[in-house]
Design a protein around this ligand. Structure first.
Ligand code: HEM
Length: 223
């Protein structure tokens, strides 16, 4: 019947809530070597062949800090009321990165200025947060959840290769990570419930841009 047809999920993950829809789109944008769920062909330089350097890793950390500083001040300012739900989630990374950079400086490393990848993404996020809530929320989801998944794995690998296994603060959370993520997921689902299907689709479509901007920053590790 028509109503039974209507009740069927038309978007993968739809029945479980909007976060599941965002996750589905994000996982498909991984390359096959990045995740079992990835559908893209491997990059010219797959992660397994990365040769990280301290210099490149510092660029990555500095540009990442620029992005987290931006995200965290956007939700603090909350130019849109939806953002208020994402204050003090426990996922914040800017202060952790500040500590890590301090440690590198103590070791005698020169901390670079933020590069174009970080500053371009930061500007983009600031604009988007004021003009397009669903698209901004897409970046919020991807930035924090990617770091909790693939990001952690990359950090571990890099630490083994160039930091004698030292675990940075960037990869530590106060509290149980799965619980922090779970609470944010609930709020993301709640916010998206107010959106039209059109707004949801706009958010999902933005995932590509999220990969583009974050991908550039990630690749700094091997420069
Ligand atoms: C999840 C790897 C880059 C967004 C994952 C997972 C892996 C992974 C292994 C876990 C899949 C699982 O749940 O079993 C990687 C690697 C990357 C990379 C190796 C680059 C070298 C990115 C980028 C983004 C991203 C650039 C977007 C900005 C996500 C998201 C999830 C995820 C949203 C889902 C997390 C969740 O289920 O809570 N990634 N990823 N990833 N990744 Fe990536």
């Amino acid at each position: 019947s028509a109503s039974a047809e209507k009740a069927k999920a038309r978007y993968p993950g739809e029945k479980k809530g909007f976060v599941e829809e965002m996750r589905f789109v994000a996982m498909k944008l991984h390359t096959k070597d990045q995740s079992k769920e990835g559908e893209k062909e491997s990059d010219a330089q797959p992660i397994g062949q990365w040769e990280p350097t301290i210099e490149g890793y510092l660029k990555f950390l500095v540009d990442s800090k620029r992005v987290y500083d931006t995200m965290e001040s956007i939700v603090q300012k909350a130019s849109h009321p939806s953002y208020e739900l994402f204050r003090n989630t426990g996922l914040e990374r800017a202060e952790k990165l500040a500590k890590d950079l301090e440690w590198f400086a103590e070791q005698g490393h020169v901390i670079p200025e933020p590069g174009t990848d970080g500053t371009t993404y930061s500007k983009y996020l600031t604009e988007l947060s004021e003009t397009d809530v669903p698209s901004f929320i897409c970046h919020f989801y991807n930035v924090y959840f990617a770091h909790s998944a693939g990001g952690k794995f990359i950090g571990k690998k890099v630490a083994e290769m160039i930091l004698d296994g030292r675990e940075l603060e960037f990869y530590k959370w106060d509290g149980e990570l799965s619980q922090l993520l779970g609470a944010v997921k609930e709020n993301l689902n709640k916010v998206a419930e107010e959106w039209t299907r059109e707004e949801k689709n706009k958010c999902l479509k933005e995932t590509e841009n999220s990969f583009k901007y974050s991908g550039k920053i990630l690749r700094l590790i091997a420069t």
